[in-house]
Design a protein around this ligand. Structure first.
Ligand code: BGC
Ligand code: ZN
Length: 368
């Protein structure tokens, strides 16, 4: 079967690889689930892997099949699988457990291990291919009504984790009643964070560089958020006009903003950081002021990466709510389809160059 792969460590090595079709027996104990892949989203991580900034091939291979945002349909199940049936539409989680205590209780996204296993990213092949086999533990059933948008569930799982963690942390306050949130960034992650916070009843201000109106600012407004260009309104000004913010979700990829966010976070507030920043930037910050605000205001900052199946399941629930409350909104994020694995070059070019793209994705087989 065809697969889109890179040679890790070799920039722009994206190519079409060939792999044998897997089977349910590849997983021991009759626990294999064979999934036919329908559609796979790509993101900044895929761009960085093709640029050889990271990515590691599985043992025994010199290439890595990329793609970690999958959507597919179950084609066969092993004799001991009761959780899923042929015909179910599904998404797969990305990380696979290592050896720390968190890995052993299904919280592999919280691993203490330095080496981690992520399908399509590190030491495990990804989903830009025709089929995969995995254990039911890593495969989440999606209601058929979400067929058209299920491919967005992996990015959604990342924001669900961040927001869930924020609420867990805030149980320290006994009566936390967040009213206002700020989301920094209006790409896929920023838009999905805006949605999840709107669904929880918060007023949301979403910030990004581009001046409105454009698709992303319109999408924010369609779900009752307010959009601001950071070229016209600083975070400090926004906090005066629309704050104080009880929760801030950072998803811009621009680390200096983190310290501005810390500076304006409301009392008892929580700041969630989700940007993976590979650079080496140094900046000057108002250290005393930020520290004082945190101490006198009992504030928290928390980082979040990856997601375990619990957060994929939360994503499914939010997508159901979203379809009821804002019908058709999620599908508008799927701006740039590329048909067929053989068009891998167009896929990566669209990802790196397309103006106005929110989600670029590969249509591998028709969704029926
Ligand atoms: C993926 C996460 C992953 C992270 C870091 C993101 O693009 O969505 O699942 O943990 O990259 O590797
Ligand atoms: Zn606002």
């Amino acid at each position: 079967m065809k697969a889109i792969a890179v040679f890790p460590g070799q920039p722009n090595s994206i190519h079409l690889a060939n792999l044998p079709k897997p089977g349910v027996d590849d997983v021991p104990g009759g626990r294999g689930v064979l999934v036919k892949i329908l559609c796979v989203g790509v993101d900044g991580t895929d761009k960085e892997i093709n640029a050889a900034e990271y990515g590691t091939a599985p043992p025994g291979y010199d290439f890595l099949v990329i793609g970690h945002e999958s959507f597919g349909v179950v084609e066969a199940v092993g004799s001991q699988v009761t959780e899923l049936s042929v015909g179910d539409v599904v998404v797969a989680t990305v990380r696979r457990p290592g050896s720390s205590i968190y890995d052993r209780i299904g919280q592999y996204d919280m691993t203490l291990d330095d080496t981690y296993y992520e399908r399509g990213i590190s030491l495990r092949h990804g989903f830009l291919t025709e089929y995969y086999v995995d254990e039911p533990e890593y495969i989440v059933k999606v209601p058929p009504g979400l067929k058209a948008t299920g491919v967005l569930l992996e990015p959604a799982s990342v924001i669900e984790k961040g927001i869930h963690q924020a609420y867990e942390i805030q149980r320290r306050l006994r009566v936390w009643q967040p009213k206002r949130a700020a989301v920094l960034g209006a790409g896929t992650i920023g838009l999905l964070a805006t949605l999840a916070l709107r669904l929880r009843g918060l007023e949301v201000c979403t910030f990004a560089r581009t001046r409105p109106p454009y698709l992303n600012s319109e999408l924010v407004e369609q779900i009752g958020g307010c959009y601001h260009s950071s070229q016209d309104l600083s975070l400090a000004e926004a906090s005066k006009a629309h704050g104080p913010f009880d929760l801030i979700f950072e998803a811009t990829g621009f680390a200096p903003l983190v310290f501005e966010a810390m500076n304006i976070l409301g009392k008892n507030g929580v700041l969630v950081l989700s940007s993976v920043t590979g650079g080496g930037r140094n900046i000057e910050i108002p250290a005393d002021r930020i520290n004082l605000g945190f101490v006198l205001g009992n504030k928290v900052v928390v980082g979040t990466v990856n997601a375990n199946r619990e957060y994929f399941e939360l994503g499914v629930r939010d997508f159901c709510l979203a379809e009821m409350q804002y019908p058709g909104w999620l599908a508008k994020l799927l701006t740039h389809p590329v048909e067929g694995l053989e068009n891998y070059q167009e896929l990566i070019d669209t990802l790196t160059e397309a103006k106005g793209a929110i989600k670029v994705f590969c249509e591998i087989a028709p969704i029926v």
